[in-house]
Design a protein around this ligand. Structure first.
Ligand code: FPP
Length: 215
């Protein structure tokens, strides 16, 4: 979800305002995905590296996360959406951790729709965590086991979309992205709309995915 800062700048507003606009877009975009039969989506709110931004900004985004969960928990329950935060949330204040844990627990029985927020998430962190779990449990270090113990389980993204004009993964799902289709848009995240979701999906449907094989 890149481009909140530049969007704010363009409109003569503060970065905080940009993040507010960006966070208010998340649930609506998820619903657009569901309408088009995309049942799982992960929104990259903060990378491990983004946590080195000024404290006011990271704190502000953690409060936005808390507020967004509280605001949308009734919708998650009504629409039977499983909610999860992936990333290292150990440093967050206890009240925010409680909000996250509560939302995860009360939606944990849902299986059809999954909304993940990546917060203080890094693909490298995810891979290391999985390897540590395998070692701690004396499990074989295999492709299958490593995948299984990632924060996403063995759910790999078919498609990764980055808004905001840069063409890089910025430490997002490095293992899981092995065969994902990558889409980079100049659109700034607060301007990203349901129309973009449907355009992307129409283009995606034209792609022949071969996973390294021949036809
Ligand atoms: C990148 O834009 C955006 C972020 C690092 C934060 C994304 C956060 C949100 C969308 C709000 C939080 C949402 C939830 C659900 C908690 P940038 O600030 O790097 O933009 P710039 O490149 O234009 O400066």
């Amino acid at each position: 979800m890149d481009g909140n800062g530049r969007w704010a700048d363009k409109h003569g507003k503060t970065r905080q305002f940009g993040h507010e606009q960006g966070s208010s877009n998340v649930y609506d975009i998820f619903l657009s995905c569901v309408e088009l039969d995309i049942n799982t989506a992960t929104f990259f709110a903060m990378s491990s590296e983004n946590m080195n931004r000024p404290r006011e900004e990271t704190e502000f985004i953690s409060i936005l996360l808390d507020n967004s969960i509280k605001k949308h928990l009734p919708d998650l329950l009504d629409n039977q959406i499983k909610f999860k935060v992936i990333g290292d949330i150990s440093h967050l204040p206890e009240n925010i951790k409680k909000t996250i844990e509560h939302a995860e627990t009360v939606t944990s029985m849902f299986t059809r729709y999954k909304l993940n927020i990546a917060y203080n998430y890094g693909g490298q962190w995810d891979i290391l965590n999985s390897i540590k779990t395998l070692l701690d449990n004396k499990l074989e270090i295999s492709n299958e086991n490593l995948s299984k113990y990632l924060s996403t389980g063995s759910d790999f993204p078919d498609l990764i979309v980055r808004t905001g004009g840069y063409k890089r993964l910025s430490n997002f799902m490095l293992w899981q992205a092995a065969y994902s289709e990558l889409i980079f848009l100049n659109t700034l995240w607060p301007e990203f709309s349901s129309k973009d979701v449907s355009n992307i999906l129409n283009n995606y449907k034209l792609i022949k995915r071969k996973f390294g094989k021949v036809d």
